[in-house]
Design a protein around this ligand. Structure first.
Ligand code: M6R
Length: 366
């Protein structure tokens, strides 16, 4: 039940620190700083010999796949492709027995994802699932897999399931990096020690709830929204936009920030608020110039930045500061803010947060 919360979505947003702990339990050994992912360990040769990894999924789970593409390629050096399951299953894809296919699904019942994995299986690929619902069709159809252990997710908008999908994919990326000798001990330990305290960072960011709620008041009349991010944050921009449109019915688009000048910048005016994910390292200067481009066209910029990065405030009308974590994990921290923003705008607009119109929790028909 909802307990002290008005909606399941808010409850599930707040459950994220606990969901992360549950996802890490028995997998991350904090004392020795190592991982034990049984399903990966038992199939390590298959993963190591994979010519490529293909990720198939839909909606928010597809966004998790996009983040994983960046992580796996950067850390483990294995080529990754991410496909909408609905496209993959019908487009006569080239699938080889040396391919590893990862199906990501909260419900484990999404028809297109199931069909995509069945197709890949029939071509001899190894199928690995990342599901939340234990015993679900997708988890049973896979050769091996991991559960996200987020607990039941009732709100139609996926929140804690997405977060734990990313935790599983981060752990998987690190394991594959180690297996391929692509990561030094020191980096591996650093990445794991950050993972061990990620729940605390999420706790901290949840304390911004009132600030986000206040901010949400300014956007209840908005009819459009742009979300921009670079690198690891590009898929988070897509996810933030999806969350806003599905529960508040505001048209929102997510874009890689640098793509703006290839078209979307034409949309920028005082009626196009832009959420910019500026919690980045290498691309930070570039994202600042993107923010300035928006401001020069009277666009309003809300930015997410790391604590202490006060320079960001010079190019934004509002900055939400998140605790510093490594860039990869900061995607999860920043996304929590986007969940809260979508939630509060939806509530203020009087929308049905947990059961938005026209949507079902699991899409079991194509
Ligand atoms: O259960 P699945 O993860 O397979 O579901 C995929 C999508 O239907 C789902 O993520 C959908 O996009 C959510 N409503 C997003 O919040």
């Amino acid at each position: 039940e909802k307990g002290d919360f008005d909606h399941f979505m808010l409850k599930e947003i707040y459950e994220q620190p606990a969901a992360i702990q549950n996802c890490l339990r028995g997998r991350l050994n904090v004392e020795d700083l190592n991982l034990d992912l049984r399903a990966v360990r038992e199939n390590l040769d298959t993963f190591k010999n994979a010519s490529r990894i293909i990720i198939v999924s839909c909606g928010t789970s597809w966004h998790a796949g996009l983040v994983a593409e960046y992580w796996i390629e950067a850390m483990a050096g294995i080529p990754v492709e991410v496909e909408y399951a609905s496209e993959f299953r019908y487009r006569q894809p080239v699938i080889k027995p040396t391919d590893v296919v990862i199906a990501i699904s909260q419900s484990g019942e999404t028809a297109d994802t199931l069909a995509a994995m069945e197709l890949a299986k029939s071509k001899g690929a190894f199928i690995f699932s990342i599901c939340n619902v234990v015993g679900s069709s997708i988890s049973r159809e896979a050769h091996a897999g991991m559960y996200t252990h987020a607990g039941p997710e009732i709100g139609v908008a996926s929140t804690k399931a997405f977060t734990t999908q990313l935790i599983c994919l981060y752990m998987l990326s690190l394991e594959l990096a180690r297996a391929n000798n692509e990561m030094e001990d020191f980096t591996y330990w650093n990445n794991l020690s950050e993972l061990a305290v990620l729940d605390k960072a999420i706790e901290q960011v949840l304390s911004l709830n009132d600030e986000v709620k206040e901010l949400a008041r300014d956007y209840t009349e908005s009819t459009n929204f742009m979300y921009l991010g670079r690198g690891y944050n590009f898929p988070i921009a897509l996810e933030g936009a999806l969350k806003l449109k599905e529960i508040s019915y505001i048209h929102a688009e997510g874009y890689p920030a640098a793509e703006m000048k290839h078209g979307p910048i034409a949309l920028i005016d005082e009626n196009m608020p832009c959420m910019v994910l500026a919690n980045c390292g290498a691309g930070r200067d570039k994202i600042i110039s993107n923010m300035q481009e928006i401001r020069a066209r009277k666009g309003e910029v809300i930015a997410i930045a790391f604590e202490g990065d006060t320079e960001i405030a010079e190019s934004a009308s509002h900055v939400l500061y998140i605790p510093k974590t490594n860039e990869m994990l900061s995607t999860i921290v920043a996304n929590t803010i986007l969940q809260l923003l979508a939630y509060h705008i939806s509530v203020l607009k009087g929308c049905d947060v947990d059961q938005p119109r026209n949507l079902a929790k699991s899409v079991t028909v194509e």
